[in-house]
Design a protein around this ligand. Sequence first.
Ligand code: NAD
Length: 437
Amino acid sequence: MNIAIIGTGYVGLVSGTCFAETGNHVVCIDINEDKINQLRRGETPIYEPGLDVLLERNIKEKRITFTTSLAEGIQEAQIIFLALPTPPGKDGAADLQYVLGVAKDLSKIITSYKVIVNKSTVPVGTAEKTTAVMLEHLDPSLFDVVSNPEFLREGVAVEDFLKPDRVVIGTTSEKAKKLMDELYQPFVRQGNPIYYMDERSSEMTKYAANSYLAMRISFMNEMANLCERAGANVDWVRMGMGSDGRIGKRFLFPGVGYGGSCFPKDVQALARTADEHEYDFQIVKSVMEVNDRQKLILGNKILKHYQGDIKGKTFAIWGLAFKPETDDIREAPALYLIETLLANGAIVKAFDPEAMPNVKALFGDKVHFAQNQYDAITDADALVIVTEWSEFRNPDFNKIKSTLKSATIFDGRNVYALEKMKELGFHYQSMGRGTIA
Ligand SMILES: NC(=O)c1ccc[n+]([C@@H]2O[C@H](COP(=O)([O-])OP(=O)(O)OC[C@H]3O[C@@H](n4cnc5c(N)ncnc54)[C@H](O)[C@@H]3O)[C@@H](O)[C@H]2O)c1
């Protein structure tokens, strides 16, 4: 099939590459010329495990090409995906200007039947809005608008896309359904379902899934905070509750708050949708409040430990990305920590395997960027773990102890065993597991 993807970011590039991998001809379109030129040179503009190999193969086989021209890019396409940004607007609602703007542009250049698929995360009713915008210039027989939310996780995006838990397709058009079914069959060969539903339910499903996951995180963060005060260990509590089949083990790890490009904005947008429908969605509001507090918790723990005076002290931060295996720092808890440390006169030395260029673009010389994780702890007063990259899991503790000015670790991700920290003689503070003094 011939596919066009408009918006070649995390979702667009991964989707486009994976559709090409199953034999389709894909044109990826973006307004960012630098990005398109980079891709044409065979360079991958984002860090996503496995993506570069797939991309290289499909570029070589001429199954994927890149352009900045909308008209050229969609010419042959039977299906056009919109993988465009939907950032929060001033009131927290998803800003649809990119989606509706491109829909309008498309309506002026489409000359044969095409399925317009919204892969961006968009609020309930967007398919109808998109259709209305397109109808101003285009005959209804020449297009259908479909909702097909994307559930991939950054860091394992390729694997998630190739083997999705499920595919959700919202459409009431039989013609569009047939084409979408043909496109997705290679991805559901192992019996994972494609759920066909109406557009509104499909749009809502994405917000429900992300908000529910964010709720689990906020719940466990509150549980960790309570465990600390009540003298319980959240690790044991997590295991004890997670082995209940009704609860499940995944997504129960406390930390420094959720971040990334999706959870914060999607939870906010769901709250806004509820407001618009005059529904007081209390849990969703609490999830956001808890997360706002949790993002500051590590900075507050550090300030408390030093009696509020960290001026001139140096903190080594391991991990800046909002989670491991990505260079994405959108809404990353590390950014809030850096702000707190700098505002209180501390010096920050940071290391992240992938995300340092993105953080440098934000903070410039205010943050010192280290060559490697051990370079970061040189002359530091304490080590702070913010993102649980694999390489931080089993470091040379003796080296850490002898390098730090004082053997102090603040661990926002519960990466280390309490017994080990006690045995090695660290001052160790983690999340919901008490303090080892
Ligand atoms: N990142 C994720 O993990 C993820 C997962 C599921 C769903 N989503 C959703 O997918 C959507 C896209 O997210 P993303 O993370 O890929 O965003 P992104 O910012 O990485 O990519 C968006 C791309 O669209 C391009 N763009 C903007 N306006 C354009 C236009 N008029 N024409 C062509 N290109 C244009 C930008 O230059 C950018 O490259 C959002 O709605 C997001 O919520 C993201």
